[in-house]
Every structure is written in C-alpha cells, then in structure tokens.
Design a protein around this ligand. Structure first.
Ligand SMILES: [Zn+2]
Length: 239
C-alpha cells in the first residue's frame, strides 16, 4: 500500500471530498496538511516510508481525524503512535535524522565550554554517575525557540550554542543539562489527549539544583536578548 492509497481508503469512509498524500523530507518527524481547491493535501514525513501497511492506515486515521478537528478513536491511532514511539523506528531513522540536522554539531568541545565535562559533572552530582550517556551536540538556533532538547529515542541531547560562551557561567549550562536529564528519568504524565512533562513533581526536583533561581534568571535574560536581537554582551553582565 502506498501513502496516497492509505489516505484515500480512510478518507472515503468519513468524507465525500478528495484527498492527496505524499511523503515529504521534513527534518523532523512531522506531518502537515492544508485544504486546496476543496481537497485535503497531506505531506507525510518520509521517515514513515517503508512502514507496514497497518501503520500507514493507522497514521491516515490519526491525521485525517486531526485535519477534520475530530477525535480519533484510540483503537485506530494506537498502531501508528506505538510505531513512532518505538526504539526500533528511531534507530532506523537515526542516520537520516543526523544527516539532516545541519544545525547540530556533535563535537562536544566548543569555543568556551565542554559539553562532555558539563554532562559528567551533572551526572556525578545529581544522578550518582548513573544514566546512559546520549550523544551530545551543540545546536545552532534561536535561544528564544529552545535552549536545549533531549531526543530520547534518538539518544541525542543538544544544547543551544549560545551557552558556549565565557560570558555565561558554567552552572547555567549544567542546569540546562540537568533539566533535560530529569526528563530522561522522570518521563511524563500521560492523559488521553496530551502528555505533561513539567509536572509539579518535576519542578520540585528541578529546584533541587543549587543555583536554580540564578540559572533561571540567566536563561530569562538570554531569551529576552535573543528576541530583541540584542547582542548577548549588551544584556548579560560580564562574569
Ligand atoms: Zn523540559
């Protein structure tokens, strides 16, 4: 079954309208749709190419319902959701993802900071040296968009390159890594329609970081500086 056939089959069960669907090489796993001349046109992440037929059908159910603003019965969507949350799926996608992640540098030693050293310090102090080590990367993107992320299935922890600076204390970098590693150990609260990551319990544990308040203030300043297009030097005090 190809992707268009999957969407046509599902769409015919819920609508008289027509539908187009094709794979698209998005950098991340994402899917988009828009209405064009009365037909819905889906662009499906090409990470899904080669997925089993029942996964494509389940994805078509899930996305057709989303596009129509309707809730998708769990029994229809679960095959797709299990598939894209599986370690096997991401281990297959990993080479493609890494090749497209041009904003990531996997050399941990930056201009001023060493991600390896910061990671090991956090792991030792806060996780008793435990935790599987992900691949560490510097990410080049606006810090107002995100300051770091942990992609658990891909085992990648990326930190915004802005923190690779003599002007920003090392504990800010360590706090950001600590935050991401907490996600690795605490998981999330799953509700039928959403997942909550920053629970009260998560925030309480986050505050156990010795310089939590100070680190948060730094991150707020960095976000404001980047939003206003100001240079870091003008906003962040020298240390
Ligand atoms: Zn978080």
């Amino acid at each position: 079954m190809d992707i268009e056939e999957a969407f046509r089959t599902i769409n015919a069960q819920v609508s008289d309208g027509d539908v187009d669907a094709c794979f698209y090489p998005y950098k991340e796993l994402k899917h988009t749709w828009r209405a064009r001349n009365g037909r819905l046109a889906f662009r499906i992440s090409d990470y899904m190419r080669g997925s089993p037929d029942d996964v494509l059908e389940s994805a078509a159910w899930f996305l057709t319902c989303r596009a129509r603003g309707e809730e998708c019965p769990k029994s229809f969507s679960s095959r797709y959701l299990e598939h894209v949350r599986s370690a096997e799926f991401w281990s297959n996608c990993r080479p493609l993802y890494i090749s497209r992640a041009r904003n990531l540098s996997f050399k941990p030693i930056g201009n001023a900071r060493d991600l390896n050293a910061a990671f090991e310090s956090v792991r030792l102090c806060h996780f008793r040296g435990g935790l599987e080590k992900p691949d560490l990367a510097w990410a080049r993107e606006s810090p107002s968009r995100r300051i770091a992320f942990l992609h658990q299935p891909l085992k990648v922890l990326a930190v915004n390159r802005t923190l690779d600076s003599e002007m920003i204390p090392t504990f800010v970098l360590e706090f950001v890594i600590y935050h991401e590693l907490l996600h690795a150990v605490m998981g999330c609260q799953a509700y039928p329609d959403r997942r909550v990551y920053h629970t009260n319990e998560f925030r309480a544990r986050e505050r156990q970081f010795a310089k939590h308040d100070e680190a948060r203030r730094w991150l707020a300043r960095i976000a404001v500086a980047s939003e206003g297009g100001a240079s870091l030097k003008g906003v962040v005090p020298q240390v």
